[in-house]
Design a protein around this ligand. Structure first.
Ligand SMILES: C[S@@+](CC[C@H](N)C(=O)[O-])C[C@H]1O[C@@H](n2cnc3c(N)ncnc32)[C@H](O)[C@@H]1O
Length: 147
């Protein structure tokens, strides 16, 4: 299962690029992974549609009002999708005003990183680290001690 971390945002931040890039590089030991920056929700929906035509997709939309999971539960969600034959996972940080209700309805999982609102780039960094953590959990690597 190939992973794509999508950020719908006009901006970026060099310090975050470097840290998020490091986590995704580490993740690539376990699964192919890439990042994608898109400007609008419309562009994102077009991308989702294209991917769905090519095969099964796990769609995870980040939203502060979404589901709160432990790292183990998040790992289980990714592992279940991978082992259940999903070709691709799209994990996406939403636009400045958040996802529209119509887009949220498309999600297999609406994931919250906590009830506080984070700026795009911080949400992206936390998500990149949690993706890496999830794969270390699935692999039984000692990076995750469980606390
Ligand atoms: C700057 S936030 C948008 C905030 C929006 N104006 C609001 O008040 O909900 C941009 C994106 O970051 C992500 N985000 C921010 N905080 C989050 C959190 N606590 N959990 C999950 N995603 C978060 C979401 O994908 C959100 O769509």
């Amino acid at each position: 299962m190939k992973l794509t971390l999508v950020t719908v945002s006009a901006g970026s931040d060099r310090a975050i690029d470097s840290l998020a890039g490091e986590y995704l590089k580490r993740t690539s030991r376990y699964a192919p992974v890439e990042e994608l920056a898109l400007k609008t929700e419309r562009e994102f929906l077009e991308r989702v549609e294209r991917e769905q035509k090519e095969g099964a997709v796990l769609l995870v939309l980040l939203d502060s009002r979404g589901k709160l999971l432990t790292s183990e539960e998040f790992a289980a969600a990714l592992g279940g999708a991978r082992d259940g034959g999903k070709r691709r996972a799209l994990l996406a940080i939403g636009p400045p005003d958040g996802w529209s209700p119509e887009t949220l309805k498309l999600a297999d999982l609406t994931l919250s990183l906590g009830r506080m609102t984070l700026p795009h780039q911080l949400a992206r960094l936390v998500l990149a680290e949690q993706i890496y953590r999830a794969f270390t959990i699935l692999a039984g690597h000692p990076y995750h001690s469980g606390h």
